[in-house]
Write a protein that binds this ligand. Structure first.
Ligand code: UDP
Ligand code: MN
Length: 288
């Protein structure tokens, strides 16, 4: 038989244990997340316009292999055509990525260069962000990845995932130059190194920047049908219309004494043969 004193003692011990547990739980719940935590938690939303061309399945295969190695990523693929293509869908399915694949044929008045498809992707994100974010509750970053470029995996973790506003970096083989890159002074972009279309305020290729989702959701800016300020290049119009200034740019990879590697290349897949006749496909699926 326990004495009254023993029972009382046990109650005190139990009560103390409960208090400690409640206190620990409260501490865990109110613990502020460090910028590092929220940064590594950002979802990357990749937007890729694509269309039937003889090299497209090769390009999409390669891009799927790259993106499937990146965590917490949603790939929005917009087919420039009347309908989605089963062979593309199969590649996306096998990648095990979160993806959305829809078709929007370029509307009249738009240049047939992926502008309309990127706008359709922005519309999709703005009208129904939860469809893209799913159960993800943190921040997200938008990146426009054309189907034929070459992407280093570090681009996603070291650059894109860390974008709080507007991230920007060098692109190899862009704009007729070996490399297009920002000039950075005291961590701020002051101008750009380029060979082409000098009047652009943001002289950057589509592959050279990423935008935090908040800035996309708080604006209605789109690529539209033309970009006179870009001399035909669409990037500067979108960034200017989103209200950005050079001062807003977070440059990445500019400290060349630490690392002078280029993490994305504006490559083009070429096919050196003639137009393929049906009989020369030997029953295989070859576009277009
Ligand atoms: N694109 C498209 N419809 C077209 C032409 C291009 O959807 O009629 C896409 C293409 O698949 C790519 C992007 O737009 O993802 C840019 O096109 P491309 O790579 O041909 O342009 P470049 O790299 O020569 O600027
Ligand atoms: Mn291209």
């Amino acid at each position: 038989m326990m004495s009254v004193l023993q029972v009382y003692g046990m109650r005190v011990v139990c009560f103390t244990i409960c208090i400690v547990i409640v206190f620990k739980c409260a501490l865990y719940l109110i613990k502020p997340t460090s910028p590092q935590d929220s940064g590594s938690n950002r979802m990357i939303i990749v937007i890729t316009p694509t269309y039937k061309r003889i090299t497209r399945l090769a390009d999409i295969t390669r891009l799927a292999n790259t993106l499937s190695q990146v965590e917490n990523l949603h790939w929005i693929v917009i087919e420039d055509g009347e309908s989605t293509i089963p062979n593309v869908q199969n590649i996306l399915e096998r990648s095990e990525l979160l993806y959305t694949y829809v078709a929007h044929r370029t509307a009249s008045g738009y240049p047939a260069r992926g502008w309309y498809q990127r706008d359709m992707a922005l519309k999709l994100i703005r009208t129904n962000p939860s469809q893209i974010l799913g159960e993800h509750e943190g921040e997200a970053v938008i990146y426009f990845a054309d189907d034929d470029n070459s992407y280093d995996l570090r681009l996603f973790e070291d650059y894109i995932r860390n974008v709080k506003k507007l991230g920007l970096w060098a692109v190899g083989l862009a704009g007729g130059a070996a490399v297009e890159a920002p000039n950075v002074v005291n961590k701020k972009v002051t101008s750009f190194n380029f060979k082409w279309k000098s009047k652009r305020r943001f002289a950057v290729d589509m592959a050279g920047f990423a935008i935090n989702l908040d800035y996309i959701l708080n604006s209605s800016a789109v690529f539209g049908t033309e970009c006179k300020r870009g001399d035909g290049a669409p990037e500067t119009c979108l960034l200017e219309d989103l209200g950005f200034d050079l001062n807003d740019i977070e440059p990445f990879g500019y400290e060349k004494e630490k690392n002078n590697e280029i993490l994305v290349w504006h490559t083009k897949t070429s096919y050196s043969g003639m137009k393929v006749k049906e009989a020369e496909k030997f029953g295989y699926f070859v576009e277009p």
